[in-house]
Design a binder for this molecule. Structure first.
Ligand code: SF4
Ligand code: SF4
Length: 242
């Protein structure tokens, strides 16, 4: 017993300092992209030629853009053209689908603030029902680590709930395959009001590399990535209720 206690004391606190400290991101991390203002249609054509996702890149009215809701952050476009770069900006969660579109020439970025009073009322007590609707499991695994001692999202009152009847929001991952459509719809229907849908990852937001099924409601929070980094997810969830 003494040995076990001493070993536990020696372990110390394993929970990271983020937040409020900045997250420790791997060198390979790709965050919010920036596109040069003078990016041409030909530049976008070159990038599109290597992009595995349909409609992630666009050129419209003389302006290049990237849709973070479709992008899987593979970095191929940045290898094909110096006109696009991926920054270390990890605060990618937004409350409106259109805010996932990054246009050429945009430089300054401030993450949007929550204005929904019902979402803000969940600060300190946000219960999520995970629905894995045909994803590859990476989104689910990176959400799972938020419950480990390393991230410990429960210290902010954020927890995964065992039943939709105890949940404030669905944490949706995956493109909503045909076999998961009914389960998703029933889960959403079983939740008490007010209820929210959170779309985590390119698959849940847009289908990503796949064809998307039907979402039971407009998501109240979009967390882009493939998968979203745990720091991106935790920051987004905290801002969702702040
Ligand atoms: S990083 Fe995104 S936009 Fe660029 S090639 Fe990959 S999926 Fe396409
Ligand atoms: S968004 Fe990417 S990581 Fe998440 S389920 Fe889809 S393919 Fe997997």
């Amino acid at each position: 017993m003494i040995k076990a206690l001493l070993a536990r004391l020696k372990e110390g606190c394993r929970t990271g300092a983020f937040p409020p400290a900045a997250p420790s991101l791997p060198p390979e991390f790709r965050g919010r992209p920036v596109i040069d203002a003078d990016t041409t249609e030909e530049d976008v054509r070159k990038m599109k030629a290597v992009c595995p996702v349909e409609h992630a890149l666009a050129f419209s009215n003389g302006i290049a853009s990237i849709d973070m809701g479709r992008c899987i952050f593979c970095g191929r476009c940045a290898e094909a053209s110096p006109k696009i770069r991926f920054t270390k900006e990890y605060r990618l969660g937004v409350f409106r689908r259109e805010d996932l579109i990054v246009k050429a020439g945009e430089k300054d970025y401030t993450p949007p603030r929550q204005t929904d009073r019902e979402a803000r009322a969940l600060k300190g007590s946000l219960h999520l029902r995970e629905v894995s609707a045909g994803g590859c499991a990476a989104c689910e695994l990176d959400a799972n680590v938020l419950g480990t001692p390393a991230w410990d999202m429960a210290r902010f009152g954020i927890r995964f709930a065992a039943s939709p009847r105890h949940a404030d929001a669905i944490y949706l991952t995956g493109p909503v395959s045909a076999n998961m459509q009914t389960a998703l719809d029933k889960t959403y229907a079983a939740m008490p009001e007010p209820k929210f849908l959170i779309a985590a990852g390119a698959c849940a937001i847009s289908g990503g590399l796949y064809t998307q099924g039907n979402l039971p409601a407009e998501p109240a929070l979009f967390i882009p990535g493939c998968p979203p980094h745990p720091a991106t997810t935790l920051e987004a969830l905290l801002r969702f209720t702040s």
